[in-house]
Design a protein around this ligand. Sequence first.
Ligand code: BES
Ligand code: MN
Ligand code: ZN
Length: 516
Amino acid sequence: MTALTLSTAGAATLRADAIVVGVAKGAKGPVVAPGAEAVDKAYDGKLASVLESLGATGAEGEATKLPAPSGLKAPIVIAVGLGTVPAKDEAYGAETLRRAAGVAARTLSGAKKAAFALPTEAAEDIAAVAEGALLGAYAFTAYRGTERKPAKSGAAGKNDSGVKQPLGEVTLLGGKPRDKAHKAAVERAISLTEEINRARDLINTPPNDLYPETFAAIATAAGKEHGVKVQVTDEKALVKGGYGGLLGVGQGSEHGPRLVRLEYTHAKAKKTIALVGKGITYDSGGISLKPPGHNETMKCDMSGAAAVLAAVVSAARLGLQVNVTGWLALAENMPSGTATRPGDVLRMYSGKTVEVLNTDAEGRLVLADAITRASEEKPDAIVDVATLTGAMVVALGNRTFGIMSNDDAFRTSVHEIAEEVGEASWPMPLPSELLKGMDSPTADIANMGERMGGGLVAGLFLKEFVGEGITWAHLDIAGPAFHEGAPYGYTPKGGTGSSVRTLVRLAERTAAGDLG
Ligand code: BES
Ligand code: MN
Ligand code: ZN
């Protein structure tokens, strides 16, 4: 992964392949952002007009490359757009900096070393630039080239494919390596983004290599590395335990289901939160097979589980004063002679029976078992994360996840936290009248209800499995989990790591005693 350090060196003296500066949209053309004074000086104070003559406006997402003048020790300067100049006494927003740093890091793929001279006054600006650079530099190259290597998540490295490798090293100028807050900001950003990039690797790994067993092995190794206890319940033990949801979804596949429990504890923790992730390593739809056009990206259907793994390991790496338990509900949803049929009834781990009317509504089945199991330990809150419904994508688009909860205040908190860390989300209701649509003539409940409000119906189904009196929120990340368009900001094509930053900040807030 890309290395990142702080340096008090001047932009004129640091040796690098490129220097990154910020340019904003002023009233009368582009304006060079603070942090780039030394670079501007090397252009005799004319950087803004040079940029303007090259067509730069300072708009977000823009990157302009220009040759460096002789006064600099780097051959090129890259000016990244920061949008409108902030009002007097206001600073550039964290998400603006994060995205601009991401654009710069992406533009610099293939380079060895870059110096970033962006406006970073406060420690949180340093954090934002560090996060954006480390997330933007990400590339999934493990499957490029002819070199044979063991199938392993994150097997990025040398290859002969001609695909550029991520930017090697970032130096943040203006950051103070001896300033406690700056140092902490960088350390947090490194741990957090390494885990987000781990989640992205898992999501991008093709489903012939990533299935419940191999996912569980990767989680076990990651846990071992960072002091997280990992317990894997295999198929045989799931049968013994009566996990009808996980087994019903997994029974059509050659690769059996798994339930993984991750546990991070802190000796002084006062609260425990449980995170539950949907881990369908491939969703074909099962016997209710998805048509072509709907299954090509369904390796992403384990993004919730990847986010939960990343969040628990991050909490451990950051040493947060809170207990965090993670549950990965892993199964592959395949059609076969042993697969669950529409019309089958499953007896869930909770004891409830579910009539499976559509085998493509599988996420709620594996999550229900994991939520019931998580509830047994009486955590202070449960948050599940899932690529659960196409309906949520229809409602909120490709970049925003939906938040549902059995507690309005908690839902509001999660929404505010997501906003604070730069993840787009929106609160959604759980209208109880939609429950009726899931009435089954045969079983306690059906796994499908009314088509209208499908995302809320799925949320209501999950709510039925939350333990009495436990605060719960459900994040439907079906839209933002996997990005199919062109990269933007720090968001690459493919797995995004959606919701990890929200979950980690939720853990931090819980540790600080800010929540309930
Ligand atoms: N994994 C899908 C939801 C999904 C859709 C995720 C698009 C990412 C992008 C889920 O298992 C599913 O198939 N849901 C069905 C539910 C329906 C059958 C009630 C859906 O949304 O169509
Ligand atoms: Mn499905
Ligand atoms: Zn699914």
